[in-house]
Design a protein around this ligand. Structure first.
Ligand SMILES: [Zn+2]
Length: 407
């Protein structure tokens, strides 16, 4: 897939139609089970919103009104107890100046997460260990783990892994849409540059093992995943990925690799990013209009409330002119049920890519997630299975990483 179409696919999802989803069929029993289970999403891009002028994580937002998918009121409404809040950096030029700017932006994002947690300390708490999860959730607070998506900010100085670990980061992925100094991306239009991990990428794996950081292979090429599985002394995670057997896309992972991931104790966390869930219907005119709009969105810290209102009006006009369609909830569940059948309940979890382009028809924001629990119960999975899927598996991986560090 060409880079432009990838960035653009993200645009489509963020700019999802403001049409309310069909009322989800979640029984009282399913809802009660969903509420009892500890629920984590392993890929929340929500921290990108923390610097938006006038935007407050403690207030309710909406996809149709201001593009947001996760905030405290909607986490409560959807029964999401926490997850990994990402420090995401888009891949930029691999020059010393750009790398230093990326490092500064990532450090600022980490500070913004800490500031949010400090400001909302009665509702939110930073988590650093697997044991923190239950302790914090028992207080009725949202559990905030931190992750790094794209290690580009670390490329000039691997010592920054220690800095970010001290700040609380417990999961890191080496690459994003494009190849970088750590290794190959699954979606770089130029194809592989390193045939997997670079020498720096191999040191990154060893350093993550030494520090106690979960290695995340989402966005990485198949060869990077293979090499991470071979080199890492701890289980590897795919924090937001799908199944290639369901939809053949470079961002999805084939069955043989999922089996290899599971054999090493790892987990695939199912993604809801529309462009990777199923093939989108083609509509070049709408695509061009949305792409132009998406380009205007730029940095989210430039998105003042007035600017957001302007962009929302523009989006709604485009979508009214070109009514489009997105994959539906069942298309998402196909990935999930395939993975469960293939590798079992100990190796599947959830990472829906909220605020990073995630969302399909009927799974539009965090409020809709009880539908996943309901669908799993209908498919015959038990409450104990749901506990593993929603948080038990990723916490098991975090425990394994902590144990390896202690050795
Ligand atoms: Zn991503």
């Amino acid at each position: 897939m060409h880079l432009n179409s990838i960035a653009f696919a993200a645009g489509i999802a963020i700019l999802a139609a403001p049409v309310p989803a069909a009322t989800p069929e979640v029984s009282g029993k399913a809802r009660a089970i969903h509420e009892r289970v500890l629920t984590f999403d392993t890929h929340l891009d929500t921290p990108a919103n923390f610097s938006r002028p006038g935007w407050d994580f403690a207030e309710g937002h909406s996809l149709s009104r201001d593009f947001g998918q996760v905030d405290l009121p909607r986490m409560k409404a959807g029964g999401l107890d926490g997850g990994f809040f990402a420090i995401y950096t888009p891949q930029g030029p691999r020059t010393p100046e750009a790398t230093a700017a990326a490092r500064d932006a990532a450090l600022i994002r980490a500070v913004e997460i800490r500031e949010m947690a400090a400001r909302l300390s009665d509702k939110v708490e930073l988590a650093f260990t697997a044991d923190d999860a239950v302790r914090i959730a028992a207080k009725g607070k949202v559990v905030v783990y931190q992750s790094i998506e794209n290690s580009y900010p670390l490329s000039a100085d691997l010592g920054l892994m220690t800095t970010f670990h001290e700040l609380g980061v417990r999961m890191m992925s080496p690459v994003h849409f494009l190849n970088n100094d750590f290794g190959d991306s699954s979606t770089d239009p130029k194809g592989p540059e390193w045939n997997g991990l670079s020498p720096l990428g191999r040191r990154f794996v060893a350093e993550a093992n030494r520090l106690g950081i979960i290695l995340d292979a989402s966005h990485a090429s198949d060869a990077v995943l293979d090499q991470m599985l071979a080199l890492s002394t701890t289980p590897v995670i795919l924090s937001h990925s799908g199944c290639k057997a369901v939809y053949d896309h470079p961002r999805n992972v084939d069955d043989a690799r999922l089996i290899a991931l599971a054999a090493k104790g790892g987990v695939i966390q199912m993604n809801a990013y529309a462009g990777y869930v199923a093939k989108l219907p083609e509509n070049p005119e709408r695509d061009a209009a949305l792409k132009a709009l998406y380009a205007k969105m730029g940095n989210r810290h430039d998105m003042t409330p007035d600017r957001v209102a302007e962009l929302v009006r523009e989006r709604d006009a485009i979508l009214a002119r070109y009514p489009g369609s997105k994959p539906d909830f069942d298309a998402f569940m196909k990935h999930m049920l395939h993975a469960l059948k293939l590798v079992g309940v100990d190796h599947v979890g959830i990472g829906l890519d909220w605020d990073g382009g995630g969302g399909v028809e009927g799974l539009e924001d965090v409020v809709d997630i009880p539908r996943i629990s309901a669908a799993l119960l209908v498919a015959g999975y038990t409450e104990a299975d749901l506990q593993k899927i929603w948080s038990g598996n990723v916490l098991r991986v975090l425990r394994a990483v902590e144990a390896a560090k202690a050795k």
